[in-house]
Write a protein that binds this ligand. Structure first.
Ligand SMILES: Nc1ncnc2c1ncn2[C@@H]1O[C@H](COP(=O)(O)OP(=O)(O)O)[C@@H](O)[C@H]1O
Ligand SMILES: Nc1ccn([C@@H]2O[C@H](COP(=O)(O)OP(=O)(O)O)[C@@H](O)[C@H]2O)c(=O)n1
Length: 206
C-alpha cells in the first residue's frame, strides 16, 4: 500500500537528514525534491532557459556534481519562483509519492501542493543562526571557502524568497506536525519524527 510521508521546511533545518532515516526505518523510497530545483538551477547557470530545463529534466541531471554548492542553492530558489518550472516537476513527484511500498518526499510544498493527501506530514524548522552554522560546517567539511555571515545572509534570502513567492510558498500544511530542531540532536530529531509518523499510522519495516 502507498503510504506517503511529506517533510517540508526551510534550508538546513534537518529535513534531509530526518527523511533519509525515516525512509530506512519505514522501509520506503526517498526523494529529495530540492535536487530537482537544484538541477534546473544548475542548467540555468549553464545558460539554458529554466522552463525548458525543467521540462527536459532527466535522471542524469540529478547525478551532476556540485548541486549542493551555495551558488546552485541560490539559483534553485530563483527558478523555483517560476510557475511553469514548478508545474513541469509535479507529475514526477506525485508518481514517486504513490509508489508501492510507500515514499518519503522532502521539500517546501510537499504537504501543501504535491501531496496534500499524504498520510503523515512534518514541518521541520530551526533558527536561522543554527541553520546557517550547520550549512557553514558542511561547506567547510567539503573544502569550500565560505564566510559565515555570507551563509547566514544566503539562508535568510532564501527563506524570504521561498516563503514570499506566490506559487507554492513555503508554509506548514494545516495538519503538519512541527518539529523545531534548534536544540535537538540528530537522534532526538529523528526519534521525534518517527513517533509523529507512527501516530499517523506509519508502520516500521520489520
Ligand atoms: N538536529 C540536528 N542537529 C545538528 N545537526 C543537524 C541536525 N539535523 C541536521 N543536522 C546537520 O545539518 C546539516 C543540514 O541538514 P540537512 O538534513 O541536509 O538539512 P535540509 O535537508 O533541511 O537542508 C547536515 O550537515 C546535518 O548533518
Ligand atoms: N519542493 C521544493 C523543494 C525545493 N524548492 C526550492 O529549491 C531550493 C533548494 O532546495 P533544497 O531542499 O535543496 O535546499 P536545502 O534545504 O537543502 O538548502 C529551495 O530554496 C527552494 O526554493 C522548492 O521550491 N520546492
Amino acid at each position: 500500500m502507498a503510504f506517503t510521508i511529506a517533510i517540508d521546511g526551510p534550508a538546513a533545518s534537518g529535513k534531509g537528514t530526518i527523511s533519509r532515516e525515516v525512509a530506512r526505518v519505514f522501509g520506503c523510497a526517498h526523494l529529495d525534491t530540492g535536487l530537482l530545483y537544484r538541477a534546473v538551477g544548475r542548467r540555468m547557470l549553464d545558460g539554458e532557459p529554466p522552463i525548458e530545463a525543467a521540462r527536459a529534466l532527466c535522471a542524469a541531471d540529478l547525478e551532476v556534481e556540485g548541486l549542493r554548492t551555495p551558488g546552485v542553492g541560490d539559483a534553485a530558489s530563483k527558478v523555483a519562483v517560476i510557475p511553469e518550472v514548478r508545474a513541469a516537476l509535479v507529475d514526477f513527484q506525485r508518481a514517486f509519492a504513490r509508489r508501492d511500498g510507500g515514499a518519503v518526499l522532502d521539500g517546501r510544498d510537499i504537504g501543501t501542493v504535491i501531496c496534500p493527501e499524504a498520510e503523515a506530514k512534518l514541518f521541520v524548522i530551526a533558527s536561522p543562526e543554527v541553520r546557517a552554522r550547520r550549512r557553514y560546517d558542511e561547506y567547510v567539511t567539503a573544502g569550500e571557502s565560505v564566510d559565515f555571515d555570507r551563509v547566514l545572509e544566503d539562508v535568510r534570502a532564501r527563506d524570504e524568497r521561498d516563503m514570499g513567492r506566490a506559487d507554492a510558498p513555503l508554509r506548514p500544511a494545516e495538519d503538519a506536525v512541527q518539529i523545531d530542531t534548534t536544540t535537538l540532536s540528530i537522534d532526538e530529531a529523528v526519534a521525534t519524527a518517527i513517533a509523529a509518523i507512527e501516530a499517523r499510522g506509519g508502520v516500521r519495516a520489520s
